[in-house]
Design a protein. Sequence first.
Length: 82
Amino acid sequence: MDDITPNCQAGVDCLVPPLTPAGKNIIELRGLLLSLRDLVDPGTVCRLYGVTLEDLKLLAAAEQIINEINPPPKGQSEEPDG
């Protein structure tokens, strides 16, 4: 099994489409927000990163999908206390 090259790396039809530049930016932004969440507020990260409204919409859609696939543990929420 170790000698098998995945289709995507072998140039054969890949079932996973490549990320668009916008998708790559959103993955990078999400990583920054998560890794810096205890140090810097999200608004500062977004300003420094030059986040657009379209970026925020894509990030919100990605977060919704992630939470549907992997919901937070019961009793925990990613929503701020309100």
